[in-house]
Write a protein that binds this ligand. Structure first.
Ligand SMILES: [Zn+2]
Ligand SMILES: [Zn+2]
Ligand SMILES: [Zn+2]
Length: 314
C-alpha cells in the first residue's frame, strides 16, 4: 500500500479515509489515479459500508466487483470489513498490473454471503469468489484458526488466496513448469480434500510448502503461494512508501540484517533479500507489544522456487 496524504492540506491520510482529520475535507479514493482526492461522486456504499471510492458511475470499481451480498442488517459490519479487504486486494492487483476484468464480462466477481441463514462455503469457481461473512467476525475467525492449527487467518488473506485460484486459470500457460513445482493439478480434488481433513498435512510439510493447507492439492499450493506473494508485495510497498528501513544488527554467520525495502525487482531474490530482514524486525516489534509474530512463516528453497514462478507470472 502507498502512504497517502490529503490533497488539500498534504497531511497524512490512510487509504480508507472518508474525511481528513486535519482540515475536514471529505475525501474519496480515485481509482483512476489511485490517490486520495476531494469527494465529488460518493460510492453507493459510502454511507452504509464506509466505502470511500470515488464513483462517477454510482458505485466504485471495487464495489462493482461484488456480484451478490447479504443485505441482513445483522451482518452489515462484517460486509463492511469484507468490502474494505476487497478494496485493498483490488488496489494491489492494479498496482501489480494484473488484469482485473469484471464478472459482467466473464471475469472476477465476489459473493459476500451470510452463513447464519444458509450454508456458505468460502471458495472460488469460474471467477466468482465466495466469502462466508463469518470470516469477518474476529471471534469466529480466531476459533477456526486455532481449530485448524493455522499460523495466520485474515479476511484479506482469504481474498488473496481465492484470487490466486482465479489467476491460476487466467495467467498460467506453462503447465509442465507448474506441475514440476506444485504437482499434477489434474489429480482428484475430492480425494485430496478427504485425505487432508482425515490425516492433516504430512509431517515435514514446512520444508516444501508455505502452509499446511498448501499440501492438500496442487491448486491449493498455487493459491497459497500466490496469496503469500501478495502479502510480500503489499507489505514491501508499504515499508518502502513509509521509508521504513532496517539497519541491523550485524549477526555472525548470517546474511546481513540490514534492509531497504524495494518496490520491484526482476528476480524474486532481489525482493526476498529486502523482505527477510524486514520480517525479522516486524516480528521483534510485535513481540515487544506482547503479540504473536506478524510474519509466522518460513521460506525454504522449494517455497522460494514456487514464489519465483508466481513472480515471473505476475
Ligand atoms: Zn486535509
Ligand atoms: Zn465503493
Ligand atoms: Zn483454495
Amino acid at each position: 500500500m502507498r502512504a497517502f496524504t490529503c490533497s488539500t492540506c498534504a497531511r497524512l491520510a490512510p487509504f480508507e479515509a472518508l474525511v481528513c482529520l486535519h482540515c475536514d475535507t471529505s475525501l474519496a479514493f480515485d481509482w483512476d489515479s489511485r490517490t486520495l482526492v476531494p469527494l465529488a461522486d460518493p460510492c453507493g456504499n459510502r454511507v452504509d459500508l464506509g466505502c470511500n471510492g470515488q464513483a462517477p458511475e454510482g458505485w466504485c470499481p471495487s464495489c462493482l466487483l461484488t456480484r451478490r451480498r447479504s443485505e441482513a442488517p445483522a451482518v452489515r459490519d462484517r460486509l463492511s470489513r469484507a468490502e474494505q479487504a476487497k478494496r485493498r486486494l483490488v488496489f494491489s492487483l492494479l498496482e501489480l498490473g494484473l488484469p482485473v476484468r469484471s464478472w459482467r464480462e466473464g471475469g472476477l466477481g465476489f459473493d459476500f454471503l451470510d452463513s447464519t441463514s444458509s450454508p456458505v462455503t468460502t471458495g472460488h469457481a469460474d471467477g466468482i469468489i465466495t466469502l462466508d461473512l463469518a470470516e469477518a467476525d474476529s471471534v469466529h475467525r480466531e476459533q477456526t484458526r486455532v481449530h485448524l492449527d493455522e499460523a495466520y487467518r485474515t479476511v484479506l488473506g482469504h481474498l488473496r488466496h481465492e484470487v490466486g485460484h482465479y489467476y491460476d486459470g487466467v495467467l498460467v500457460r506453462d503447465r509442465s513448469a507448474y506441475r514440476a513445482l506444485f504437482g499434477d493439478e489434474t489429480a482428484s480434488y475430492t480425494d485430496a480434500l478427504e485425505r487432508h481433513y482425515e490425516n492433516g498435512p504430512p509431517t515435514g510439510w514446512v520444508t516444501s510448502s508455505v502452509s499446511g493447507y498448501a499440501t492438500m492439492h496442487p491448486y491449493e499450493d498455487f493459491a497459497e503461494t500466490f496469496a503469500h506473494y501478495l502479502h510480500l508485495r503489499d507489505t514491501l510497498q508499504t515499508a518502502s512508501s513509509w521509508g521504513v528501513s532496517v539497519a541491523g544488527p550485524e549477526a555472525a554467520d548470517q546474511a546481513p540484517l540490514a534492509s531497504f525495502p524495494v518496490l520491484a525487482s526482476d528476480d524474486l531474490r532481489g525482493l526476498i533479500d529486502t523482505w527477510l530482514p524486514l520480517t525479522y524486525a516486524l516480528n521483534a516489534l510485535n513481540r515487544s507489544m506482547g503479540e504473536d509474530d506478524l510474519y509466522p512463516f518460513v521460506l525454504t528453497p522449494p517455497v522460494l522456487d514456487k514464489l519465483a514462478f508466481v513472480h515471473d507470472l505476475v
